[in-house]
Design a protein around this ligand. Structure first.
Ligand code: NAD
Length: 335
């Protein structure tokens, strides 16, 4: 007998594999759905006690009302960020919301560094050239990271790992966070500075903070004015931390030397999809893709075996908790 039915929205083969593996003997009745969760698609959860949602599902009030009408008791997010969920509405409707509080921060930090190395050393361009038998090196000049300065905005789990990797390259690492971990900083040789000093001094800027009303468009025209000319900007956190229009302007003027993004302000409905036979409707994304010094991946920083297994384990534990009436995984409860 299944202990619980869970409708998994926006489910991809790697989610399906990891969730099935983590729940091998537990009798969870999975309903894997390839489309995103919205108010419109919520009725697909009919008969399920729980839904499992991802970053681009629109878990807003109308969606939660539709889920409540179907008898759903739990929204289990298979990620850390929850900016796409109306937590207050869920509370009012008596729906619990959980997230995965911790999973391999190395997955995300290592992807940020992979983007930095690729962009700086033009690996993406070199790869294409060599396949075309173009062995010229013109235009592929990068710079030594050793001895340069990196600025880490947000020294939570992922920011700290990124800082440590960059220290390993021999970079000076500056950090900014309203909640400082001074013991960690002293141990790792990282210096906390104010945000504008960090922007002005860093050759490489990496964003590792959550998207909230306060951090939305943290990188915009005024803050880009403060950035060291020619700096590289890396964003593996949330797209809306950056004002895309201002970003394009800063690339056109050369204020920024390069940009690597794993997230994009308007990624919903684009990232995770194969649109290769369609006309791209997003003009700003199309413009970004024309710059030789812009590198974009489609929200894949979490995509390691270890991170997927961590995510699946925590999600399954919360489904079991719902079925058995036990407390949810520590630190995972949003309401
Ligand atoms: P975390 O909660 O451990 O750390 C976030 C840090 O940001 C905290 O220390 C917080 O104090 C700090 N912060 C908040 N506001 C700030 C501000 N205005 N300036 C500077 N610092 C500020 O989170 P984490 O696990 O390190 O994750 C960071 C972000 O990475 C998440 O919010 C999520 O959006 C993103 N993420 C992306 C992927 C991906 O696949 N691309 C995967 C996981 C997480």
């Amino acid at each position: 007998m299944p202990v619980i039915t869970c409708a998994v929205f926006d489910a991809r083969p790697y989610d399906t594999d990891a969730l099935r593996h983590a729940s091998a003997d537990l009798g969870i009745d999975w309903r894997f759905l390839e489309f995103r969760l919205t108010a419109h698609t919520a009725p697909a959860a009919r008969g399920a006690q729980a839904v499992c949602a991802f970053v681009n599902d629109q878990v807003d009030r109308p969606c939660l009302e539709a889920l409540a009408a179907e008898g759903v008791k739990l929204v289990a997010l298979r990620g850390t960020g929850f900016n796409n969920v109306d937590v207050a509405a869920a509370r009012e409707l008596g729906i619990s919301v959980t997230r995965v509080p911790v999973y391999s921060p190395y997955a995300v930090a290592e992807h940020a560094v992979a983007l930095l190395l690729t962009l700086n050393r033009r690996i993406h361009r070199a790869f294409n050239r060599v396949r075309e038998l173009n062995f010229s090196l013109n235009g592929l000049v990068g710079f030594d990271l050793h001895g340069k300065t990196a600025g880490i905005l947000g020294t939570g789990k992922i920011g700290r790992v990124t800082a440590q990797i960059l220290r390993g390259f021999g970079m000076t690492v500056l950090a900014h966070d309203p909640f400082k971990d001074r013991e960690w900083a002293a141990r790792e040789g990282v210096d906390y500075v104010d945000a504008s000093s960090l922007l002005g001094l860093s050759d490489v800027l990496s964003l590792h903070l959550p998207l909230t009303p306060e951090t939305r468009h943290l990188i915009r025209a005024e803050t880009l004015e403060l950035v060291k000319a020619g700096a590289i900007l890396i964003n593996v956190s949330r797209g809306a931390l950056i004002d895309t229009t201002a970003l394009i302007e800063a690339l056109k003027t050369g204020r920024l030397g390069g940009v690597a993004l794993d997230v994009y302000e308007e990624e919903e409905g684009v990232f995770f999809e194969d649109l290769s036979d369609q006309v791209l409707q997003d003009d700003e994304l199309a413009r970004l893709l024309t710059f030789p010094n812009v590198l974009i991946t489609a929200h894949q920083a979490f995509l390691t075996r270890e991170a997927l297994a961590d995510i699946a384990r925590a999600t399954v534990a919360n489904l079991e908790a719902l079925a058995d009436g036990h407390p949810f995984v520590e630190g995972s409860v949003l309401t």
